[in-house]
Ligand binder design. Structure first.
Ligand SMILES: C[S@@+](CC[C@H](N)C(=O)[O-])C[C@H]1O[C@@H](n2cnc3c(N)ncnc32)[C@H](O)[C@@H]1O
Length: 277
């Protein structure tokens, strides 16, 4: 995909400067141990902030972020490296404290520690300015902790709708689709959104969960004005975001559970959880 066109896929650069938060409020709707030991797929990961947060502070075993925009995927790898550089030595994978004392690496204590670092309660071990002048800190070999940050997070470029997924396996415990359905719907139509949900279903293990934050129908108007092709596609849409829950149930998910609504201003959206039957 060329990133020289406008952000017709919602492929905003600097998205998280418009949606800034130390901890993502959508993740905060989930129980404390939700991601612990889990394999997670984040579709439409943008610059990888949410993906990295899950890998770094929620105890996930493996997290994969995919995005249609290769520039964003490169920025996500960069984010991973910066977060690793900023992370306190006590939380680094080769730290004797982390390796010897399991409780220090529990998602709860890790998050508390990372929060206090980010709040500025503790010193900066390798401040941003150091990264700017000297580059990021090197990442140790995988042998130091395959399922610890940063080795437990990877990114790749993919169009999750257009790619052939015949050989996909049900390998994930959790799939996330935050603020992406509008872009898939407008670019690929009703068939595209159905294909997207079918692929998510295929990606999940039985009992696995799909966490969905759909954009409301009234927000489609501004997006389709951005591009003649989206405007044209929009004319043929019969499905509405309110139909997604029943569509997901037809595909093989259980009834939705509303986790809550969160986000500032125009980003205030519901977050639903759908379990694969
Ligand atoms: C509005 S951003 C949301 C970013 C992130 N999920 C969040 O909510 O914090 C939508 C992202 O989905 C990506 N995207 C859109 N269509 C996609 C597709 N078919 N396959 C993969 N990524 C896609 C865009 O490039 C963009 O980064």
């Amino acid at each position: 995909m060329s990133s020289s066109t406008g952000p017709v896929y919602g492929n905003y650069h600097g998205y998280y400067t418009k949606r800034p938060s130390v901890r993502d409020p959508r993740l905060a709707l989930l129980p404390e141990t939700f991601f612990a030991g889990k394999g997670v797929l984040d579709i439409g990961c943008n610059e990888g902030w949410v993906t990295c947060e899950i890998a770094q502070s929620w105890g996930a075993r493996q997290v994969v972020g995919v995005d249609i925009d290769d520039t964003l995927v490169r920025a996500a790898w960069k984010r991973r490296r910066s977060l690793w550089s900023l992370q306190s030595p006590e939380l680094k994978i080769y730290s004797p404290k982390v390796m010897e004392n399991g409780s220090d690496s529990s998602p709860k204590s890790k998050r508390a520690r990372l929060d206090s670092d980010l709040d500025g309660d503790t010193c900066d071990y390798f401040p941003m300015s150091c990264e700017q002048s000297h580059g990021p800190l090197p990442i140790p070999s995988k042998a130091a902790g395959e399922h610890a940050f940063p080795h437990n997070v990877t990114f790749r470029m993919a169009d999750w709708v257009a790619e052939d997924y015949a050989s996909d396996e049900p390998i994930y415990d959790v799939v996330l689709a935050f603020s992406i359905t509008k872009w898939i719907h407008l670019n690929h139509g009703d068939d595209g959104i159905k294909r997207f949900f079918l692929r998510v279903h295929k990606n999940l293990k039985p009992g696995g969960v799909f966490i969905l934050e759909p954009q409301a129908w009234d927000t489609y108007a501004k997006a389709r004005r951005m591009d003649q092709r989206l405007k044209e596609n929009a004319k043929y849409l019969q499905l509405r975001p309110d139909d997604f829950s029943s569509l997901l149930q037809e595909i093989g998910f259980g009834p939705p559970q509303l986790l809550g609504s969160t986000g500032e201003g125009g980003f205030h959206r519901p977050v639903h959880m759908h379990s694969k039957l």
